[in-house]
Design a protein around this ligand. Structure first.
Ligand code: NDP
Length: 282
């Protein structure tokens, strides 16, 4: 029965659960980390029916699973299934990493926000202090990002979302000094930002968020959480409309995976070499 539910992956002791998940690069990344650090692991991508998250988690653990990454669309739902949450997971209400301990506890963490910061600061030398930041989207990943950004003295953070109530709910949620303001797309101010982060899933369907080129100035840095071999529709639009630089989310993907690896195994792998392998394998 267990094998029926989790297909042929019952030997995996680590996996990513999502739907869709077929094109995930997480198995490749964690295998590269394992080789680099000498950790022995199996890691698979497992597609979970949207109404079967808890049974899949339980069965994965009973089959000897040790840890999971959680991706779209489960990051928010999984919080209530965890026995304990790290402070950043609790504050953000988003979990992308879980660890099973020997007492059958499920520990939840979120590494997306720290992964983005590590990529922006460590790999792209972006300074966030005193910067005006526009964030598009208010989903599970954006919550984790806001939790991490709220520890930095930015000038302002504006969140804009199709469902404006989801963005408004984030206004008072984090440290007050982070100065988060929420708008609908039609209310978004027309002035330019230092940094624009596309945290929507629109690039997956080759669609652009409805923002204006007036939100871009000559030194605006744009970031799309989505990654693509040839750049995303958003990074191309940003450059065509005057941004200084626009990058995709491959670096964040590797950085958040490294934070998850650290949560599970206690050691942090080198990320730059893994990002290079993934970029070169395009
Ligand atoms: P969610 O489903 O939680 O959130 C999706 C967001 O996109 C919501 O804000 C939603 O708005 C918005 N959106 C969806 N469709 C539209 C539309 N037609 N018009 C306007 N807004 C829209 O997803 P996640 O937060 O988990 O993921 C978001 C993106 O980030 C995905 O593309 C994912 O692949 C990527 N990602 C990248 C990572 C990396 O490491 N590089 C890590 C994690 C995620 P609404 O609230 O109105 O529905």
């Amino acid at each position: 029965m267990v094998s029926e539910l989790i297909n042929n992956h019952s030997v995996a002791n680590y996996a990513v659960f999502g739907n869709p998940v077929e094109h995930s690069k997480s198995p490749q990344i964690h295998k590269l980390f394992a080789k680099q650090t000498g950790v022995s692991l199996e890691y698979h991508a497992i597609k979970v029916p949207t109404d079967k998250l808890m049974p899949y988690i339980e069965l994965f653990f009973l089959e000897g699973g040790r840890g999971l990454n959680i991706t779209v669309p489960f990051k928010e739902d999984v919080c209530s299934l965890c026995t304990t949450l790290t402070q950043r997971a609790k504050t953000s209400g988003s979990v992308n990493t879980i660890l099973f301990d020997d007492k059958m506890n499920i520990q939840g963490d979120t590494t997306d926000g720290q992964g983005l910061l590590n990529d922006l600061i460590g790999n792209h030398s972006i300074q966030l202090e005193d910067k005006s930041i526009l964030i598009l989207g208010a989903g599970g990943t954006v919550k984790s990002i806001l939790e991490s950004l709220s520890n930095i003295m930015t000038k302002e953070i504006i969140v804009v979302n199709r469902t404006v109530s989801r963005a408004k709910a984030l206004e008072g949620k984090f440290d007050k000094k982070s100065n988060i303001k929420a708008y609908s797309y039609s209310e978004l101010p027309n002035y330019p930002f230092d940094i624009i982060i596309n945290g929507t899933s629109l690039s997956l369907s080759e669609e652009l968020p409805p923002i204006s080129k007036r939100n871009i100035k000559e030194n605006t840095f744009c970031y799309d959480l989505m990654y693509s071999d040839k750049g995303t529709i958003f990074t191309k639009w940003a450059i065509e409309n005057g941004a200084l630089e626009a990058v995709d989310g491959l670096g964040m993907l590797v950085e958040q995976a490294a934070e998850s690896f650290m949560f599970w195994h206690g050691n942090k792998p080198d990320t730059k070499s893994v990002i290079k392998v993934l970029r070169d394998s395009k």
